[in-house]
Design a protein around this ligand. Structure first.
Ligand code: SAM
Ligand code: SF4
Length: 469
């Protein structure tokens, strides 16, 4: 049941955003450099600053923006990258989003909603690869009620595989709900609630969403407000790049972040950057109206790192391995690995991927290949879930992040989860490279918690699991 949006609450003012963009055209190099310097202070940037950086058209200055993003990323997040996998629970959908393969009008798609046994099968397959964090993804359909979603979350948490396998954090990407329904999800113990506005430009939004509940722009825009009212204080926002002018979209998304911060004391926990990929049955997705180049995409990610330094940036397997490697340097802090966007795609070979998936993937590598690649590049893969499980979420997490908590706690915890992964799931080359990486990190470690970290690494070697500092 959809309850209508509050018509008086719309924090996106398109005229104001257009004015900010117009006022920042062809900026002087000195202005760009002054903003980069301010960005490096890690206090964030205003929308006007972002408009200037976005519209600076000078490769030398772009290189300086990238270098600043790299520095901030290193100072706040170090070399740690959080890994997760999406789990597509249902591709049944009553909406008609013109860019999506799950669009109700797509008669070529083979539809499937997983039963609880099938969800458990998928979870076991994911656990057996070493996954610990999942993002559950759902179409919007009358049979996918809040209670049904909450039950599917419970199934995931209850499914434990024969090794040390357990999913420790379940994030959700589903249609916006009303406050009472969001409370079900909160009680089910979800981590982040994620919902992308797709486009903040209302006329474009209305053109792209032709039928179903998703036609209501404001209902979606106010989703995070309702989630917060229901007690979900980790929320994730995003834009589907390719639908409208990327300058408008980035500014509007950051306006959304500002609004959440001023209303709820914490901005979004994460921002995702889906870029449109070809989807079965969607002509629009084959030729997106506002295609952005790889360079512009990198610039958007780097500027976001400067604008909201403490917000997690998520990159999915929509992007190619090469692109993801470059983006990791520019501010990405979380990425999906070993993904399938087809319900049953991890454990059940009966559905053809092409006719059941949401869109085609750009990075097809298995989790272990990605772990090996990350470690070889000097990154520390992390499956840590300590914050969420010790109640450090929302405003509390943001305050800790600003006090250097990420380096002091998240980093040691990342090493503990990597050690666990290597002992239980790593391939020969990954184990070799991973051990070497942990030794190097310990040698360089000057943290107060180092003795505690070493003791816990030894306990993991002896068979204990799920340890954090
Ligand atoms: N049905 C829910 C909704 O629409 O919010 C959640 C699931 S939907 C499968 C998750 C996201 O996939 C959408 O919010 C959209 O941004 C993204 N998406 C849809 N079509 C896509 C495409 N062709 N390429 C890349 N991402 C796409
Ligand atoms: Fe359905 Fe979401 Fe796809 Fe739209 S984006 S068709 S709501 S699954």
């Amino acid at each position: 049941m959809i309850v209508h949006a509050d018509p008086s609450y719309n924090f996106i003012d398109p005229e104001q955003i257009s004015r900010i963009i117009d006022a920042a055209r062809q900026p002087a190099p000195s202005q760009v450099r002054e903003i980069i310097a301010r960005g490096l202070e890690k206090k964030g940037l205003s929308l006007s600053d972002v408009a200037v950086l976005l519209q600076s058209d000078d490769t030398e200055l772009d290189a300086e923006i990238f270098a600043a993003a790299r520095r901030i990323k290193q100072e706040i997040y170090g070399n740690r990258i959080v890994l997760f996998a999406p789990l597509y629970v249902s591709n049944e959908c009553a909406n008609q989003c013109s860019y999506c393969g799950f669009n109700a009008k797509n008669s070529e798609l083979v539809r499937k909603t997983l039963t609880s046994e099938e969800i458990a099968g998928e979870v076991r397959a994911l656990e057996d690869c070493g996954q610990k964090r999942l993002l559950l993804v759902y179409g919007e359909h009358p049979k996918i009620t809040a209670q049904w979603i909450a039950d599917s979350v419970a199934t995931v948490y209850e499914t434990l595989s024969y090794k040390s396998g357990a999913i420790r954090r379940v994030n959700i990407n589903c249609a916006p709900l009303d406050v009472a329904s969001f409370k079900f999800l909160h009680q089910a113990g979800i981590g982040t609630y994620q919902c992308f506005q797709e486009t903040y430009h209302q006329p474009t939004y209305e053109k792209m969403h032709l039928a179903g509940n998703k036609t209501d722009y404001l209902w979606r825009l106010q989703a995070m407000d309702r989630a917060q009212q229901a007690g979900i204080d980790d929320v994730g926002i995003g834009v589907l790049f390719g639908l409208y002018d990327h300058r408008f979209e980035l500014l509007a998304m950051l306006r959304h972040a500002e609004e959440l911060e001023s209303r709820w004391g914490a901005g979004p926990h994460t921002i995702s950057f889906p870029r449109m990929e070809p989807a079965l049955g969607s002509e629009l997705s084959q030729a997106p109206p506002y295609l952005i180049s790889d360079h512009t995409f990198k610039k958007i990610v780097a500027i976001t790192r400067l604008a909201v330094p403490y917000t997690g940036i998520i990159m999915s397997t929509r992007e190619s391995a090469t692109m993801r490697t470059e983006l990791l340097q520019l501010g990405v802090s979380q990425m999906s690995a070993g993904s399938s966007t087809s319900p049953g795609g991890y454990s059940d070979g009966s559905l053809d991927e092409v006719t059941s998936q949401q869109f085609s993937l750009g990075d097809h590598r298995q989790l272990d290949d990605i772990v090996l690649d990350l470690v070889r590049q000097g990154f520390t893969p992390s499956w840590c879930t300590a914050c969420y499980r010790t109640g450090r979420t929302g405003e509390h997490f943001m305050t800790l992040a600003k006090e250097g908590f990420i380096q002091n706690f998240c980093h040691p915890n990342a090493l503990l989860t990597l050690k666990e992964y290597l002992n239980d799931y790593g391939g020969t080359a990954t184990v070799e490279a991973g051990k070497h990486h942990i030794e190097g990190e310990l040698e360089a470690c000057q943290l107060k918690v180092k003795p505690q970290l070493e003791a816990k690494l030894a306990k993991i070697e002896a068979g204990e699991r799920d340890l954090y500092v």
